[in-house]
Design a protein around this ligand. Structure first.
Ligand SMILES: *[C@@H]1O[C@H](CO)[C@@H](O)[C@H](O)[C@H]1NC(C)=O
Ligand SMILES: *[C@@H]1O[C@H](CO)[C@@H](O)[C@H](O)[C@H]1NC(C)=O
Ligand SMILES: *[C@@H]1O[C@H](CO)[C@@H](O)[C@H](O)[C@H]1NC(C)=O
Ligand SMILES: *[C@@H]1O[C@H](CO)[C@@H](O)[C@H](O)[C@H]1NC(C)=O
Ligand SMILES: *[C@@H]1O[C@H](CO)[C@@H](O)[C@H](O)[C@H]1NC(C)=O
Ligand SMILES: *[C@@H]1O[C@H](CO)[C@@H](O)[C@H](O)[C@H]1NC(C)=O
Ligand SMILES: *[C@@H]1O[C@H](CO)[C@@H](O)[C@H](O)[C@H]1NC(C)=O
Ligand SMILES: *[C@@H]1O[C@H](CO)[C@@H](O)[C@H](O)[C@H]1NC(C)=O
Ligand SMILES: *[C@@H]1O[C@H](CO)[C@@H](O)[C@H](O)[C@H]1NC(C)=O
Length: 799
């Protein structure tokens, strides 16, 4: 890995040389991908034109105009080459006055189709201009914009802005802003994927924003005062953005049709750019359209987020477009969410009879999410139950909507999904998981076996109701005795299974294999004798306070109702005499402890995913489930990984179950040395911020792949990670934290972000710590991260 590091070094070397770059490109001169001739800067030094490493892959280049004084060197124009440029590419202004971009083999990749140019200049406005000998303009980047406009730029009729595919992928994206020749300003979604040239993109009608100016509109103006408007023939101005700046000269400004389809006006204080190394982010002043998800749902095409997904956007909070998959669907490509989501389960085969269908699938209510198009059948008037049954028993149906005594069935793929004020109820079809055995049936053999059981079941239970058969058919093997079901009101909640002690004894082979032990009891490995030999982890709680079976069952039910991709699922429980056991799904990849600290270092991306998953799980516990759950003992041993290395929090809800008073002080400390928040040692109440603190510690451990406390470390300063990380952060030496981890070094900006978030979480004062919602937003970069104050005291937490 010496090569990339060397490369990084050469990039650093380049920076000061930029300052000497010649201003104009004269006849016969050449720009190269590396070295002093990589770019030319404007007289004020604010803009640069030339080669710059691509954001996604620093070994390839982009020919671009960018803000040169801002640490992130934001790109405002780029040559639409449809491909990235390898090292050795060149831009030449030939003696004949032709500007030509060539790959290392000398093949022309791009040129602005101009001859007899005399020289080219990067102007202080951000405009890159080719001049003729007489000083007249032959070509300018302001007339050939990509996705961004700048103050003083004006787009006449016939101009378009085309978004890039992703923030760091400059290939042609999915949205277009068009100053139409017919006198209207319109925003379009485009058909993807496409392989044809930009001039023949397929646009979906209707546009997702329209100025409706009839034939009267003329051009789009970005005034130097900071206002952006569309002018009409009569001189009227239609404001595109409505926020204004008091002193526009103090800010860098730009407006970009971003990869997510939102047109945003950004500002950046020039003062911040003068402090070297300060990585301030652009602030969003205004956006268009403000109801983006709804607007972008234009019937044809997938909508803002790809098929089978849904979109949420809030102008008031994050101003960023979030794409999500419905339950039991996952992103086709996590890095490229716009590709949409796929079902995680075998499709509803049309060979199933109605009973099999209802046995294998269920409808899950989607809260405030809808896919407004794609209905293929409608029934009216009809009851909600019948509506659900019609969808459940129809192999074409993937979702149903019930509203005002009408039922609509939707087919695959779901499109234009969005969060918003939805009328009526929306249901999505997912596999049943309440019958261990039906959940992951992926081959017809399994289906057939299950059917056989069902037949046996039904002949045994002559006259029993169909529902009972459905529930118990596949429990036959060990569930001969009717297990008590705890039914809950929430349709999402799965019935928890009540096990007998004997059953568990058998499933764990007499509690033979210990998986681990914690404050609340020992955990044993087991296997159910169901169709699939479902692996289980049984927690035998030994410090249970006096509690009736009923109280226990109620608490357990609360835990059972809590489920999320990033939480370990509770399958059932046992309460018999003094025994109290909890039965969880088995996590096959162990705990975060083993993942991080034993064996080889997991890849950076994997660690990032684990950190984000953990944050989402905590967010759910704190803010999204019915009753807030404070975990109180977040530590690597309690974070488990499933076979896909998805992080899942275990042991949640136990604080309550174990009857520790959550507002208690000294005596009731739950939690583990090195991870507990300082307030446990003070006479103040315990809030969800104790978990935020523990998360901060673990986030640092994930970034650095080492334990918080390593007393044997040679360098005493490094013995406690939380101190050391703070020192490194303050001294701008985050590279020391991830020394030897090339992947992390290459993602040093993300490392910096994660460490900053961790330092916020580690604030001594609980109210200073962010909520988990804020944490997730800061981690994924959707909100800027202010510089964290010095957490000042870690001492108390280490006692
Ligand atoms: C660069 O080009 C601009 C525009 O033609 C011109 O005004 C300026 O004098 C040139 N600068 C140099 C150093 O040649
Ligand atoms: C940079 O360009 C100038 C003028 O075209 C030329 O004299 C110089 O040799 C070039 N430097 C390098 C390192 O290519
Ligand atoms: C753009 O790239 C695609 C795929 O790499 C290729 O098929 C297409 O011809 C290219 N278009 C142009 C205009 O170069
Ligand atoms: C266009 O301008 C004409 C004359 O000013 C006006 O009557 C008409 O209503 C305008 N159309 C629209 C759509 O604004
Ligand atoms: C910018 O706004 C000012 C004041 O509103 C106005 O005088 C000027 O003409 C505008 N510039 C352009 C290019 O429209
Ligand atoms: C448009 O914006 C300008 C300032 O940018 C403001 O003075 C004017 O009132 C706005 N017009 C409308 C119709 O909102
Ligand atoms: C956003 O903020 C505005 C003004 O503060 C308020 O009127 C509006 O209701 C808010 N919208 C949402 C969705 O919260
Ligand atoms: C469906 O989702 C539930 C809850 O997230 C999960 O337990 C189950 O394993 C999933 N089933 C499939 C087949 O992915
Ligand atoms: C409900 O449906 C009835 C009959 O189809 C219709 O007349 C009525 O307007 C609908 N109400 C709403 C609120 O959509």
């Amino acid at each position: 890995m010496a090569l990339p590091l060397l490369f990084l070094f050469s990039l650093l070397l380049q920076a000061p040389l930029h300052a000497q770059a010649l201003q104009n490109i004269t006849l016969g001169s050449t720009l190269t991908t590396q070295g002093p001739n990589a770019s030319r800067i404007s007289p004020s030094g604010e803009f640069a034109f030339g080669f710059r490493p691509s954001d996604a892959d620093a070994s390839v280049y982009l020919l671009a105009v960018s803000f040169d004084k801002i640490t992130s060197k934001t790109v405002v124009w780029y040559a639409n080459t449809n491909t990235t440029l390898p090292v050795g590419s060149q831009l030449q202004l030939t003696p004949g006055g032709v500007l030509s971009l060539q790959d290392p083999a000398g093949t022309e990749i791009w040129n602005p189709r101009v001859t007899n140019a005399d020289h080219a200049a990067m102007l202080d406005t951000g405009n890159f201009v080719l001049y003729a000998k007489d000083g007249s303009i032959k070509w300018q980047s302001f007339e050939h914009p990509t996705d961004t406009i700048l103050p003083s730029q004006e787009l006449p009729k016939g101009s378009v802005l085309q978004s890039r595919l992703m923030d760091n992928d400059y290939s042609a994206g999915r949205f277009q802003l068009s100053v139409e020749r017919d006198g209207n300003l319109r925003f379009y979604t485009l058909a993807v994927p496409y392989t044809v040239a930009v001039s023949s993109l397929f646009r979906y009608d209707p546009p997702y924003w329209d100025s409706h100016t009839g034939g009267n509109g003329s051009s789009l103006v970005f005034n130097t005062t900071g206002s952006i408007y569309y002018t009409t023939n009569s001189g009227r101005q239609i404001n595109i953005t409505s926020e204004t700046l008091d002193s526009p000269a103090d800010f860098y400004q730009r407006a970009t049709l971003d990869a997510d389809g939102v047109f945003r006006q950004y500002v950046y204080p020039k003062k911040a750019a003068q402090i070297s190394g300060l990585n301030t982010e652009w602030k969003v002043m205004d956006v268009l359209p403000r109801n983006f998800c709804r607007a972008a749902a234009v019937e044809t095409g997938s909508g803002a987020c790809g098929f089978n997904s849904y979109c949420s956007f809030s102008f008031n909070t994050s101003k960023s477009v979030e794409c999500e998959c419905p339950p039991n669907y996952s992103f086709i490509d996590n890095e490229r969410k716009y590709k949409g989501c796929k079902q995680d389960f075998p499709p509803h085969s049309c060979g199933l009879d109605d009973t099999e269908s209802t046995q294998n699938f269920k409808l899950l209510p989607m809260n405030n999410i809808n896919w407004p198009f794609g209905d293929y059948e409608r029934y009216s008037p009809i009851g909600e139950d019948s509506c659900q049954r019609l969808c459940l028993t129809d192999c074409f149906c993937v979702a149903a909507v019930y509203y005002n005594s009408s039922c609509w069935k939707k087919r695959s793929p779901l499109s234009n999904g969005m969060e918003g004020d939805i009328l009526g109820s929306v249901f999505i079809k997912v596999p049943r998981t309440d019958i261990p055995g039906s959940q992951s049936a992926s081959n017809s053999n399994r289906w057939r076996k299950e059917k056989r059981y069902w037949i046996i079941g039904s002949s045994l239970l002559l006259g029993g109701s169909a529902l009972v058969i459905l529930y118990f058919g596949s429990y036959r093997v060990i569930g001969r005795k009717k297990p008590a079901q705890i039914q809950s009101m929430s349709p999402e909640a799965l019935p928890l299974r009540a096990f007998t002690y004997k059953e568990i004894e058998k499933a764990t082979d007499g509690f033979r294999e210990e998986l681990g032990s914690g404050a609340s009891g020992i955990v044993y490995k087991g296997q159910l004798e169901d169709e699939f030999g479902t692996g289980i982890a049984v927690k035998k709680i030994d410090k249970m306070l006096q509690e009736s079976e009923k109280e226990f069952a109620i608490e357990v039910q609360t835990i059972g109702r809590t489920f999320h991709r990033n939480l370990v699922r509770l399958l059932g429980f046992c309460t018999q005499g003094k025994e109290r056991l909890l039965v969880y799904e088995l996590m096959t990849s162990g705990s975060l402890n083993g993942f991080l600290f034993c064996g080889t270092r997991p890849t950076w991306n994997l660690r990032v995913q684990v950190a984000l998953g953990l944050a989402r799980g905590l967010l759910y516990l704190h803010e999204e489930c019915n009753t807030q759950i404070i975990h109180c003992d977040i530590k690597p041993q309690n974070i488990l990984l499933d076979e896909n290395l998805v992080a899942k929090i275990s042991d949640f809800g136990l604080a309550k179950l174990l009857r520790t008073n959550q507002t208690q002080t000294n005596t009731g400390i739950r939690g583990t040395r090195g991870y507990v928040a300082p307030e446990w040692f003070k006479n103040i109440g315990i809030t969800s911020k104790v978990d935020v603190y523990s998360f901060g510690v673990i986030l640092l451990e994930i970034v650095c792949c080492r334990r918080n406390v390593e007393p044997e470390t040679a360098d005493e300063e490094q013995a406690i990670l939380t101190y050391w990380a703070n020192d490194c952060y303050r001294s701008g030496r985050l590279d020391l934290l991830v020394k030897g981890d090339d992947e992390a070094i290459f993602n040093i900006k993300k490392v910096e972000r994660f460490v900053a978030v961790a330092l916020w979480c580690l604030q001594e004062e609980p109210t200073m710590r962010p909520s988990m919602l804020k944490v997730t937003q800061m981690l994924d970069g959707s909100v800027p991260i202010p510089t964290p104050p010095d957490p000042s005291s870690f001492i108390s937490s280490l006692q």
